[in-house]
Design a binder for this molecule. Structure first.
Ligand code: GLY
Length: 368
């Protein structure tokens, strides 16, 4: 059961600098999910140069979208169940109160830029699938293959280790390396791959990630924008759309109040309209931290606070108020990976130097 103690524990994990944030005048500040350290550095450099807040966050997330080693975003993202990479992204621009998004778009490395074009160049807010790709091509983008060799290997490991209740798989006749056994056994199936990559691929097959990057920015003029971009849930049914491109779930910005975004299992977020809920909570006087924890409690409540069922997924929220006070929050204290237990963190750049990772307060302590 959820108890106040669990999230207090998480709050106690906040570094002094974050706890000492006080309300005040707007300032340049960028926050992002934990994979956004460099993203925040880039976005901050754009803010310092006086660029628009939306251009800043897009420049930031482009780092992840173009990074073949970030397997949860853009190029190199893990594919759907047919081995095809499908991306979702949304943007919101505080000064104009406009938004744009694309969902299940294939063949474009930087869906955040296409979401911005939808916002700027059309009368619509969301384009999906084939229509989104055609729009991107019309706007001058070339269709590219987004599947890297590493992601293709992970896809094959997932395919070849899937079995029916009788232990049969059309992709793995005679295979004796089902999930749960040592990744070393996979070396027999994939002799060309190294052990470390196979261990990672095995982990991805067992625990399909819903990585994503969310980035929120505020400048000294009080202008705010945000972007969320992802390759979504690995091995999803083609056409599955998560929370990232849903305005009000994966992202919401109202610069008269603040901004919020999310990473993690989108299905849970959509059911509580998380980002909108957080901004509305702040509008009604909650601190960013309380606003985030309230959204997490709504998700927990959807499972009657049953920790066994909640244990099957992770979800994280990020909030930035118009005066620069920020917060992150996670459903769980961290997650087990093949490298060990990884605590939840998020990235912050407050304009005083390089971005840093800070600990996320959390709702539930994951049993170790
Ligand atoms: N939050 C990313 C997704 O669920 O697709």
């Amino acid at each position: 059961m959820f108890s106040r103690r669990t999230w207090m524990k998480g709050a106690a994990a906040l570094p002094a600098a974050a706890q000492a944030q006080t309300a005040g005048k707007p300032k340049n500040i960028v926050i992002a999910s934990a994979n956004g350290v460099e993203c925040c550095n880039i976005a901050m450099s754009w803010l310092r140069a006086g660029k628009d807040t939306l251009d800043a966050v897009i420049a930031g997330v482009n780092v992840n979208e173009l990074d073949p080693h970030d397997n949860s975003v853009g190029y190199g993202g893990l594919p759907n169940e047919e081995g095809v990479v499908e991306l979702d992204a949304s943007v919101m621009h505080g000064p104009t109160r406009r938004a744009g998004s694309v969902a299940a778009i294939r063949g474009i490395k930087t869906p955040s830029k296409i979401a911005k074009l939808v916002m700027e160049e059309t009368d619509h807010i969301m384009l999906v699938g084939e229509g989104a790709l055609r729009f991107a091509k019309t706007m001058g983008y070339a269709e590219e293959n987004l599947l890297t060799e590493k992601s293709r290997l992970a896809f094959l490991v997932w395919k070849r280790t899937l079995k029916d209740p009788n232990g049969h798989s059309n992709w793995s006749d005679g295979v004796d390396a089902p999930p749960g056994k040592s990744p070393k056994a996979l070396l027999r199936l994939f002799p060309e791959a190294d052990e470390k990559t196979l261990a990672w691929a095995h982990e991805m097959a067992l625990h399909p990630p819903t990585g994503t990057i969310n980035c929120l920015a505020l400048n000294e003029k009080g202008e705010m924008s945000g972007c969320t971009t992802t390759s979504g849930m690995a091995w999803k049914i083609p056409g599955r759309v998560g929370d990232s491109p849903i305005i009000g779930a994966g992202l919401f910005v109202d610069q008269e109040v603040g901004a919020a975004g999310s990473t993690g299992r989108g299905e849970e977020n959509i059911r509580v309209a998380g980002a909108h809920t957080i901004v509305e909570n702040m509008r009604h006087g909650m601190t960013p931290q309380d606003a985030v924890m309230d959204a997490l409690k709504r998700i927990s409540r959807n499972y009657d606070n049953d920790l066994k069922r909640l244990d099957k997924f992770d979800i994280n929220f990020y909030a930035l108020r118009k005066d620069g006070v920020y917060a992150g929050g996670s459903l769980w204290s961290g997650q087990f990976r093949n490298t060990g237990f990884v605590s939840r963190q998020f990235a912050v750049n407050d304009g005083t130097g390089n971005s840093r990772l800070v600990n996320c307060p959390y709702l539930h302590e994951r049993p170790r």
